[in-house]
Design a protein around this ligand. Structure first.
Ligand code: SAM
Length: 490
């Protein structure tokens, strides 16, 4: 039986850590929060060709503004009695920066970093991944929270590629601030040593080996090589790499592997409170660590689950914050329509869809792409089919089926699936069945399906379409070596 622990939380990492993660329970924390770059990250998915254009889904917005929420976060930091250093710093920053977007970002981060410190073991380390826009301010915040003496490294992750500005040097590095909780931090140097001549610098380290004049010191090369410097040349994931999954800001796995190997060992707990598409989690799983991932968007949580299933087979994962009951689902629909839609679409392994024809409202929330086998003239051919998904969180009626049916014809799709939070009426069901069937391969499938979310959640009803596994909306994570299709027990 597996004794590994794997946990995913959907929600703000502040409340997820506060409510679910005990004091001193994590061995390593890696966090890669959005940078306040004033960007809205749209995930670009490859659309089915007949839909014409790229479909974009808003994954997250990393723009902070000074508003009531920021004022609340500010008060929370100031009132935090644990750390008067931090309160002083934040007040000074308010005088310096005024109430601008950067201060909103910093108070947001300060509250979450306080929680990070609480959950860290005495022996743990934290790696805060940021960029030069905010790294100098974040270092002050980290100094105030973790103590200046616990600052361990400012790691420069350098890479190449992209365009360069005309009147500046090309900005091609991120900053990773490494702090420990105390002087008892662990560092597994043997796991991360590299050849002496590695990482592209010509200097011959061996020139210093041997006896040194005037001293009795003798320098010998370490048989496993050297500990890397605090600048790391690691390529970003290029556009054609099989590693690229289509999530913006995805970090290379080798980067995370080095961090995880340096500061944890097998069986340790790795926490990533801003896990995105789960690079740290993938690396932790491969390195046999226990892990906890948190993200505020359903899209990320769905992607992490798919990524792990592709790479390792089905794993037992404890998932929190996703609706597990119909009442919970209705609550999510009330609180956040967009996240509700993303969650429902993920429930049937479909692809979220936004955008489409010249920004017009397409009436499409998601789609499923599948393959089926067509036989003709004694030959077999793999065909691709599409089902268009519409999610309704509130009242719905026959007119929604009529609308969906029009979209299905317009887009020349094969099927339409309407998933309704409210129980569909008899009239709706009749209207849908009247649309008849489409033959896909050897079987007939309903052209129009209306599914009650409650039935879907309780698994009393399934959506009918030719089996295909997950569709092509994000790339598939390559299978990890030595992992076959069977379920893992460890
Ligand atoms: C820069 S991305 C992380 C990318 C990740 N390192 C990877 O390799 O995929 C930041 C993530 O933080 C999430 N996020 C933003 N605010 C959050 C919050 N308050 N709590 C949890 N996650 C949050 C965003 O949804 C986004 O997925």
């Amino acid at each position: 039986m597996s004794n590994r622990s794997r946990k995913l939380f959907y929600g703000d990492c502040l409340s997820a850590m506060r409510d679910h993660i005990p004091d001193e329970s994590a061995d390593l924390v890696y966090l890669d929060p959005p940078f306040n770059s004033k960007a809205t990250y749209n995930v670009l998915f490859k659309p089915p060709t007949e839909f014409g254009e790229g479909s974009q889904i808003k994954a997250f917005d990393d723009t902070w503004h000074w508003n009531l929420d920021a004022e609340r976060e500010y008060e929370l930091v100031r009132r935090n009695v644990q750390s008067s250093d931090l309160a002083n710093l934040i007040e000074a920053l308010r005088r310096f920066l005024n109430t601008n977007d950067m201060l909103a970002y910093l108070v947001h981060m300060a509250n979450r970093l306080l929680e990070v410190r609480r959950v860290m073991k005495d022996t743990a380390s934290v790696y805060l991944h940021c960029d030069p826009t905010a790294s100098h301010y974040l270092k002050l915040v980290m100094d105030a929270i973790f103590g200046k003496k616990n600052f361990r490294n400012e790691i420069i992750w350098a890479y190449r590629g992209g365009g360069t500005p005309r009147k500046d040097f090309g900005r091609r590095h991120d900053v990773i601030l490494r702090f420990s909780k105390s002087k008892n931090y662990r560092f597994y140097d043997a796991e991360i040593r590299i050849p002496y001549q590695a990482e592209g610098i010509d200097r011959k380290d061996d020139s210093m080996w041997g006896s040194h004049k005037g001293t009795d010191k003798v320098y010998k090369p370490h048989p496993k090589g050297k500990i890397p410097e605090d600048w790391w040349l690691i390529n970003v994931i290029n556009a054609n790499s099989p590693e690229r999954l289509g999530y913006p800001t995805q970090k290379p796995q080798t980067l995370l592997e080095r961090i995880i190997k340096a500061s944890s060992e097998e069986g340790d707990v790795v926490l990533d409170p801003f896990c995105g598409c789960g690079t740290s989690i993938h690396a932790s799983e491969a390195l046999k660590r226990n892990w906890i991932g948190i993200d505020i968007t359903h899209l990320a949580i769905t992607l992490v689950k798919k990524r792990l299933a592709d790479a390792f087979g089905e794993l037992p994962i404890e998932t929190h914050g996703l609706p597990t009951s119909y009442a919970g689902a209705m609550e999510l629909a009330r609180q956040d329509k967009h996240q509700f839609e993303l969650w429902v679409i993920g429930l049937i392994n479909a692809q979220p869809y936004k955008g489409g024809r010249k920004g017009a409202d397409t009436g499409i929330d998601g789609y499923l792409r599948y393959n089926y086998l067509e036989t003709g003239n004694g030959k077999q051919k793999i065909e691709q089919g599409t089902a268009i998904i519409e999610v309704k969180g509130g009242q719905t009626g026959v007119k929604d089926i009529r609308n969906l049916s029009e979209v299905v014809s317009r887009e020349e799709a094969d099927q339409g699936i309407l998933i309704s939070a409210v129980k569909p009426t008899k009239k709706m069901l009749e209207h849908a069945s009247a649309k008849g069937f489409v033959k896909l391969g050897t079987r007939d499938y309903p052209i129009m399906q209306v599914v009650w979310l409650k039935d879907l959640m309780e698994d009393t009803v399934r959506v009918e379409y030719p089996e295909s596994g997950w569709i092509d909306h994000t790339k598939t994570a390559p299978r990890e070596k030595g992992i076959n299709q069977t379920k893992l027990d460890d």
